[in-house]
Write a protein that binds this ligand. Structure first.
Ligand code: NAD
Length: 354
């Protein structure tokens, strides 16, 4: 298992160090794991003047999987856009063809009170959001700021999805649903956008190959509402890049802490980039208080999706559960009656549980 490790910025290095402890423990148990570090985001800019340095691109392409922390920081906010940390993320996703972003939102029984929703609405919640990651308005050309004939300035972007882009992510969605509750809800804005009308048409066509999966369609505004009204109605949600960006952050809050949520971004051959859903949290960086569990759970997803080692994935997930059952919590998920510990101590506790 050749894994590129890209800690990135802010809390990235702290949380990735805990996930690496878990990988090291698995290696001493006999798994053949090879790790190599690289720079991305602001760290890439600092080291090589580029948020996605050529050396990192080479490392990522040669690896089977990539473990990433997070990118971004106030000190990079005034750089020209191509040099900003987020460009590193967009380029690695696009460069490696990582078009399918899987984000599970699960509520652990131990953390049911951490959610801002009533416990009965979220207890037992287990949904999967599948966001298309390399198309849509985030990549569409032309884009920019132009001056119109009347002298007024105008900002513009272009939304488009090609048939092959929709088809391949729809297949991932139906296949995920087959392994879960066999329900897929495709989210779009087909009442207003032509791109969405086309999305709906293609998803409906792909559905014919998966007769066992119950397909429904929902407008994105309604989906945003339903996610906080009755989130357990969903199994797999399939959606495009911009809608998925927003809905997956919304879904993350159902679980109480963004510090608990892993993600996987896969190419057509299950090569993947694994990272927590949260950002670089510059407000808490370097304080040893960040929650490393999302990053550790991302390693579990890596074992499941890239290395088809479901047993190892389950072992990691069970170790996280056991650690929570012991009452150990980082600050973001702390509640009275539990024990608050730091980032490094949480990593050690998970390794001990493992
Ligand atoms: P953020 O996710 O970094 O932080 C939001 C809030 O959640 C903060 O209060 C933070 O302290 C807290 N938080 C996040 N992760 C946590 C963890 N593991 N443990 C405990 N608390 C945690 O989002 P933001 O503040 O909007 O963005 C900060 C920077 O991160 C920006 O530069 C942004 O561009 C970048 N960002 C990067 C990614 C990524 O790398 N994938 C995603 C989102 C934002």
């Amino acid at each position: 298992m050749k894994i590129a490790v890209l800690p990135g910025d802010g809390i990235g290095p702290e949380i990735v160090a805990q996930a690496v402890k878990v990988l090291a423990a698995l290696r001493s148990d006999g798994l053949k794991i090879e790790l190599e570090n690289g720079h991305i985001g602001g760290a890439g800019y600092d080291a090589a003047g580029d948020p996605f340095p050529a050396a990192t691109e080479k490392l990522a392409k040669e690896s089977d999987a990539i473990l990433l922390g997070a990118v971004g920081g106030y000190q990079y906010d005034n750089l020209p856009r191509p040099m900003r940390p987020e460009q590193g993320l967009l380029r690695i996703r696009k460069g490696l063809g990582l078009f399918a972003n899987l984000r599970p939102a699960m509520v652990y029984p131990e953390l049911v009170n951490a959610s801002s929703l009533k416990p009965e609405l979220v207890s037992g919640l287990d949904i999967m959001i599948l966001r298309e990651l390399t198309g849509d308005i985030y990549f569409g050309q032309p884009r920019g700021i132009r001056t119109l004939e009347n002298g007024e300035r105008q900002g513009f972007d272009t939304m488009h999805y090609s048939e092959s882009e929709i088809r391949r992510v729809a297949h991932v969605g139906f296949q995920s649903a087959m392994k879960r509750g066999k329900k897929l809800c495709s989210v779009d804005k087909a009442n207003v956008l032509d791109t969405s009308m086309f999305w709906r048409e293609i998803v409906s066509e792909v559905a014919k190959e998966y007769r066992e999966v119950e397909l429904s369609h929902m407008y994105v505004d309604n989906a945003a509402m339903q996610l906080v009204r009755a989130p357990k109605q969903f199994d797999v949600i399939l959606t495009g890049n911009i809608f998925g960006d927003i809905l997956s952050d919304e879904a993350s809050m159902l679980t109480g802490s963004i510090g608990m949520l892993p993600s996987a971004s896969l190419d057509a051959n299950n090569k993947g980039l694994y990272e927590p859903c949260h950002g670089s949290a510059p407000d808490i960086a370097g304080k040893d208080i960040a929650n490393p569990l999302a990053t550790i759970l991302s390693v579990a997803m890596m074992m499941r999706y890239t290395f088809a080692a479901d047993d190892v994935a389950q072992r990691i997930e069970a170790a996280v559960r056991k650690t929570l059952q012991q009452g150990l919590r980082t600050g973001d998920i702390y509640e009275a009656g539990t024990q608050k510990i730091g980032c490094a101590a949480m990593g050690d506790a998970v390794v001990a549980s493992l």
